[in-house]
Design a binder for this molecule. Structure first.
Ligand code: FPP
Ligand code: MG
Length: 345
């Protein structure tokens, strides 16, 4: 599925890859060079560059150079955020290879994230429309704030589920939705022909896409196989993170029992209980079905925002990106929730 999207954008992605390679080769330190080549040896899914390029193709631009630079910068920035995220989560595996802090150490990984962040700033803002500058500053602040909210959320004292869910949605919007929105807003900054309605529609689409992406990522963390997804999974609950599938299970327990054993275990940081029981308890509830249903609802909503655009390759890719993202949900969850893949995707 992503392969079909990549095929459509192949000439563009070749240019983007060239810029990433050029930009990540410019350094004097042999150690930094070595770590950069380890980091970029496996290509990511290039989802953020693809999102940006798809927006560019909504209204075919004359000059594609700014879009290529921004697409490259988005991938470099995303990589920076993952290097820092792996430090925070103490992940072992990223894109199928050992994480930088595990292989070289904390100082090296922190500095690599800093270097890539600065590089992304320069690629995105240098000689590009000046509207890119505030978008970039807002984006990097939001990414960091999203991580702060995650820390606060993990150290929460409130047991109020409504409050927790609100916090969770805000957190995933900042840590994940922000870069999706920025990918669209950079495209808007590079082409004056977007109407106010289209600008608003793209922001709404990107916000829904960010939610879908993170909820799917949470489902993968809950049940996905580390090898298949190329990154450490099963980590969230050990760090006290109540993701949407788990929250739905807690809601079910509160409805059917007087209190929630899962929530109690989170409150007491009882990782032994969680390691032994969380999976089976979640599977005993309708939590996975409800979580998948909310992803499906978001899909309908996100696609409805695209109605203001003419049928172009860009619009097709924006729609396919949602389908692709949902197709990453571990298939056994679909079976379990008694939705067949065809019905639901
Ligand atoms: C992955 O989340 C991480 C993010 C979406 C954002 C991380 C942002 C920071 C660490 C802030 C610092 C930012 C910069 C620009 C240096 P996840 O842990 O849910 O996903 P995973 O399963 O892929 O690890
Ligand atoms: Mg992580």
């Amino acid at each position: 599925m992503i392969q079909n999207i990549i095929k459509l954008l192949k000439p563009d992605l070749i240019e983007v890859q060239k810029i990433i390679q050029q930009q990540t080769a410019q350094c004097d330190s042999a150690l930094l060079k070595e770590i950069l080549s380890h980091t970029f040896q496996v290509k990511g899914k290039l989802l953020r560059p693809i999102l940006h390029l798809a927006c560019a193709h909504l209204l075919e631009p004359k000059d594609k150079a700014p879009f290529y630079k921004i697409a490259a910068g988005l991938e470099i920035l995303h990589t920076a955020s993952l290097i820092h995220d792996d430090i925070i989560d103490d992940g072992e595996l990223r894109r199928g290879v050992q994480t930088v802090h595990k292989k070289w150490g904390l100082a090296e990984a922190t500095l690599l994230g800093d270097w890539l962040l600065s590089k992304a700033f320069s690629v995105i803002t240098h000689n590009n429309p000046s509207d890119c500058n505030p978008i970039m500053s807002q984006l990097t602040c939001e990414l960091v704030e999203g991580q702060y909210l995650e820390i606060e959320y993990n150290n929460r004292s409130s047991q109020n589920l409504e409050y927790l869910e609100e916090q969770y949605l805000k957190m995933i919007d900042l840590k994940t939705g922000s870069i999706f929105r920025a990918a669209c807003n950079f495209a808007i900054a590079c082409n004056n022909d977007f109407t106010p309605k289209q600008k608003e529609a793209l922001n709404l689409y990107a916000t829904d896409f960010g939610m879908i992406f993170q909820i799917v990522d949470d489902l993968i963390d809950f049940g996905g196989n580390s090898k298949k997804y190329g990154k450490t999974t099963g980590y969230d609950f050990l760090n006290g993170l109540i993701t949407l599938p788990v929250m739905n299970a807690i809601k079910f327990e509160e409805k059917t029992l007087d209190n929630s054993p899962i929530l109690n275990a989170f409150q007491k940081s009882d990782n032994e209980y969680l390691s032994q029981n969380l999976h089976s308890r979640v599977h005993q509830t309708d939590a996975l079905k409800i979580t998948i249903q909310s992803v499906e609802n978001l899909k309908v909503k996100s696609l409805s925002h695209l109605e203001v655009f003419k049928d172009t390759m860009g619009k097709k890719i924006l729609s396919d990106l949602i389908t692709y993202t949902i197709s990453r949900v571990p298939q056994e969850f679909y079976m379990e929730s008694k939705l067949t893949t065809n019905e639901s995707i």
